[in-house]
Design a binder for this molecule. Sequence first.
Ligand code: ASP
Length: 336
Amino acid sequence: MKKSILILYTGGTIGMAKTATGYQPTAGLLSKLMAEDRAFSHEDMPYYDIIEYTPLIDSSNMTLHHWNVLAKDIVKAYADYDGFIILHGTDTMAYTACALSFMVEGLNKPVILTGAQVALTEAHSDARENLISALLLASRYCFPEVAILFNHYLLRGNRAHKIDAIGYNAFLSPNYPPLAEVSSELLAHTHRFCKTDTRTLNLHKYKSVNLAHFHFFPGFPLNTLEALLNLPLRALLLQTYGSGNVPTEDKKLFSLVENAIARGVIIANYSQCLKGHVNMGSYATGQALQQIGVVSSQDMTPEAATVKLQFLCSLSDDPTWIRQHYGRNLRGELSD
Ligand code: ASP
């Protein structure tokens, strides 16, 4: 039987048109172009319905409210469709993919985010190909996870990172191989899909959380970290060197961090390197953080680390519970 897919259209370059002030999302344009294009009604394609949000946004304007609405709409329509496609700007697509993967518990249907580097209105656009690939994959394979389809590759959404502001190959999954590839044939690596989620469908919501990042660089002024830790933070992500290392010469760094942890602030360590994982046991410069209770982000992307902390802090006020769950594999976002 022909499958039915629900397309949730949030905005992004994919449906933008050139205006006097630059490219802007244009209401109704994408549905019109899809209806005029025979490829979208080809017999191999699924049926689709489109929900177009108002206003359509550039994804730089994405907020927790948008995440909550998207997840609620997926859950509301869950029984009526075989899969979901979210059309989204590329700038924050990886963040939204992470958020949805955490919010929708018990997901057993495909959710694919896609978009484009060049608008569908342009001759050299990548929008049409991305959209066709997403529709084919969502209707052909019943994978129980949130993914990103871009430039012929289907990536686990909470493993993806935007690496290119211009090129068609905009996303990389540095620590997990692609779930599927689209060439003259669709090639799905089904053994890489998440396992079926046996829990009943359940929706979690995001709340606003006081969270910050601190990026280490040689010569960083320690008083900036001190000022940050004086704020009423729930969590701080330290973006460290290599496998999770920081300078150890000035012990004040460690007393600042230790005091914050004692006050209940979650301090997590993620690496400036995209590939590989944090291992605070490797070097003395990393062990010093481990000993005072900094938690490891293991091989999570910066997006997954951030969005997971927002998620856990939205669910609980208990730092011990948050620290435990941060280190666990919840939705395939880190390698066991
Ligand atoms: N600024 C755009 C957005 O993220 C870029 C894109 O769509 O690719 O909405």
